[in-house]
Structures are given as C-alpha cells and as structure tokens.
Design a protein around this ligand. Structure first.
Ligand SMILES: NC(=O)C1=CN([C@@H]2O[C@H](COP(=O)(O)OP(=O)(O)OC[C@H]3O[C@@H](n4cnc5c(N)ncnc54)[C@H](O)[C@@H]3O)[C@@H](O)[C@H]2O)C=CC1
Ligand SMILES: O=C(O)[C@@H]1CCC=N1
Length: 275
C-alpha cells in the first residue's frame, strides 16, 4: 500500500470473490490481511455449507451472483472449465469501470475481455496457495492498455497475500508452471523428506519438524542473502561429507531433469487450458 492508512481505508473499493474454493479462499484471506474490512468483501459460492465455512472463518458474507458481480473489484477464481458459464451469468451485472482479476490458469486477458462489458479493466494473476497464510507470490499481468491506477489497485489487492511480481502476459503460463503449481512440487519433496527421515529412524513428528524447518529456512536464506542457490548449496557440501553423498544420489536419479520436465509439462497444460 502506498497511501497512508486513512487514505487507503477511505479509497478501498468493494470486492467480490466469484468462486471461493481453494484459491478463492486463499486470495480472500490475503485481501482481508491486506487491510480490506470484512464488510467490504463478499463471496459468491454454490453450496450453503461452503458459505457457512467462509462466514465463520473470515467473517465475510456470501451473496448471489447478481449482487457480487456488481462490486467494484471481482476476483474470478473458478476452474478454467467453469469460467465461460460464470462470465455468461455475471456479465449482465458487471458495471463498466469495475476491475476483474482472474486467477484462472491459462485464460488470457483477451478471452476475459471478450466475455465482459466494454469499459471493464481486466488483469490476469497467478497466485499460489501460501497466499492463505500471507506467504504467497503472485505473477501479475494487466490486459494491454489497462489504466495504471487499475493495475495498482490489483497489485494492492493481492499484496496482502504475499509478494506480487509483474510479468508480461506471454510469461504467465511459465509463471503458472513455476509458482502457481510450485507448492505441489515442494510439498512432494517435503513428503519424501519426511518419509525418508522416518525410514532412517526418526519419529514422524521429529522428521516433519526438521524437514519443514529446513525448507522454510532455506527459502529464507536465499531471500535474505540474495546469494545464488548454487553458492549456498556449495556451503552445505563439505568435501567427502554427507551432503555430497546425498546429492550424488539425487543426480543419479535425474532430479534436475525431472524438475525441468515438470515445469515444461505444466506450462504446456496451462496453454491448453486457456483454450
Ligand atoms: N489451487 C491452486 O493452487 C491454484 C489455482 N488457481 C486457479 O484458481 C482457480 C480455482 O482453482 P481451485 O481453487 O483450485 O478450484 P476449486 O474447485 O477449489 O474452486 C473453484 C470453486 O468455484 C466454484 N464455482 C464454480 N462455478 C461457480 C459459479 N458459477 N458460481 C459460484 N461458484 C462457482 C466451485 O464450487 C468451487 O468451489 C482455477 O482457475 C485455477 O486455475 C490459480 C493458482 C493456484
Ligand atoms: O493445477 C492447476 O491447474 C492450478 C493452477 C496452478 C495451480 N493449480
């Protein structure tokens, strides 16, 4: 937020999250953490049980689509395959001058703009699930020609979910593959590290605490020192020591190539989902 708190509070537009599943809830939590008041944020959901959950956890109201779609800022967080139906139902209620932020993987700003009334600003964003605890990272790309004030609003909206990184829209599929899907790759490694610790004789709770702390601490080390990961890795790797023995096994298993292949496959899938 660039404004003083008072000015930001008075300038805070109303927000609706359309489709509040995993990612919609994570973004919603980030919006509230970023300083929006719960009474200025609503969600549009399909199931009453989900509405009750969101109201209990976040204090926000759930409203019908016609009401939500008329808000100043719309966060579209349905699956790419559900997007056309949602926008078709919402379009008649969306006001010109409003801002639509879509987090749908692969879906281009051109496709979004074509389904919305003229005069609606469109921004494509790719957040990730750590947004739920304010530790996410979002890749942000406005539609060409979007008013910078609207882009800034989108940035402020997502800042409570974590870091916001501007990327050209052409890079969104790659960003989706690295940071949108990235938590799943990291969690797979974490699961494996915990299992390996158990296999090596550690109690599960101890293995989990050691492995999780190691992942979080290593990310913090890279962020705070700004040093290249390979340099930091060398500092862990004593000649003839334990780390060298372990890394040799990861190289033998082709871990680096597997990560490359995973990101390529996810990027291609993002492109395909865009339609
Ligand atoms: N899960 C993730 O880690 C990430 C997901 N995304 C994107 O976020 C979007 C949502 O993904 P998830 O949250 O994982 O899926 P999800 O299935 O958990 O959430 C989608 C929600 O939208 C609701 N919905 C669908 N049509 C609706 C309608 N017409 N009206 C009201 N609600 C409706 C569904 O009931 C569901 O709760 C996708 O487009 C995905 O590409 C983006 C970044 C990360
Ligand atoms: O798996 C997916 O398609 C979504 C997009 C990025 C993370 N989850």
């Amino acid at each position: 937020m660039t404004e003083p708190d008072g000015a930001a509070a008075s300038a805070r537009p109303s927000v609706a999250v359309l489709g509040a599943g995993t990612m919609g809830e994570a973004v919603l939590a980030g919006v509230l953490r970023g300083g929006w008041a719960a009474e200025d944020v609503v969600a549009v959901v399909r199931r009453p049980e989900r509405a009750a959950e969101l109201e209990e956890r976040h204090g926000v109201r759930c409203v019908p689509l016609a009401e939500g779609a008329a808000r100043d800022v719309l966060v579209v967080a349905v699956k790419p395959q559900q997007l056309d139906a949602l926008l078709a139902d919402a379009a008649a209620h969306v006001r010109p001058g409003s801002l639509v932020v879509s987090v749908a993987a692969g879906v281009t700003t051109a496709r979004l703009a074509a389904a919305l009334p003229d005069g609606v600003a469109v921004v494509r964003a790719m957040p990730n699930t750590p947004a739920l605890v304010g530790e996410g990272v979002t890749a942000l790309s406005p539609a060409p020609g979007t008013d910078p004030a609207r882009v800034d609003l989108a940035r402020r909206l997502l800042a409570g979910a974590g870091d916001v990184v501007d990327v050209p829209e052409a890079s969104q599929d790659a960003a989706t593959a690295v940071s949108g899907s990235g938590p799943a790759y990291v969690l797979l490694v974490l699961e494996a590290l915990v299992e390996a610790g158990v296999h090596a004789g550690l109690p599960r709770a101890t293995a989990s605490r050691l492995a999780t702390g190691t992942l979080a601490g290593t990310a913090a080390l890279v962020q705070r020192t700004g040093e290249h990961p390979s340099l930091l890795r060398e500092k862990v790797t004593s000649p003839g020591g334990t780390t060298a023995a372990g890394l040799r096994k990861l190289d033998d298993a082709g871990v680096r190539a597997a990560v490359l292949a995973a990101v390529e496959a996810a990027r291609d899938r993002s492109r395909a989902l865009g339609g």
